[in-house]
Write a protein that binds this ligand. Structure first.
Ligand code: ZN
Length: 165
């Protein structure tokens, strides 16, 4: 922590205590250069709630169940493990938060589902794309999927380059 008095970046914690019912940790610190004391507060970051922007422009909270329902409908009686479907929902929620922060267009979610179903089961993918996602032109989906795949790959490469971020 940068010392507010001398701007040195070398201190030690001399006391830590919880306050606000354990939601905040207050730390007394001492600068090792000028020896003056200062206080820092540590709290859990507010959970960013993920919002979905629908086709008509309205905002609704991200709902795992509705993503799961779309996937279940597309999978129908295909021999796909429940685990695999659940994993797709997990991955989509994660990707939405990572790539879109707080607001994700419903179309982007649909594309992510397409991309994942395509790797999992071609029939479920086509069903989702045409019936549940109202895509009529498969060439159009393919183009968007290629773009998305390139973007996801890009992000993964960056993650490898900067493992701490
Ligand atoms: Zn200092």
């Amino acid at each position: 922590m940068i010392c507010p008095f001398c701007q040195s970046n070398d201190d030690k914690v001399i006391d830590s205590r919880a306050s606000d019912g354990g939601k905040v940790i207050r730390r007394r610190r001492q600068c090792l250069k000028c020896l003056r004391r200062f206080t820092t507060y540590e709290r859990v970051e507010e959970f960013a709630r993920l919002t979905v922007i629908k086709r008509d422009g309205s905002h609704v909270p991200f709902n795992r169940d509705s993503v799961a329902r779309g996937i279940a409908l597309a999978c129908g009686k295909r021999p796909i493990a429940e685990d695999a479907k659940r994993r797709i929902v997990d991955e989509i929620e994660e990707e939405c938060i990572r790539e879109y922060d707080r607001e994700v267009p419903t179309r982007a979610i649909g594309l992510m589902v397409c991309l994942k179903l395509k790797d999992l089961d071609e029939v479920a993918y086509l069903r989702f794309a045409t019936e549940y996602y109202r895509y009529n032109d498969l060439a159009e989906i393919q183009k968007e999927l290629d773009a998305l795949r390139a973007r996801v790959k890009d992000t993964k490469d960056q993650t490898l380059l900067f493992p701490s971020t």
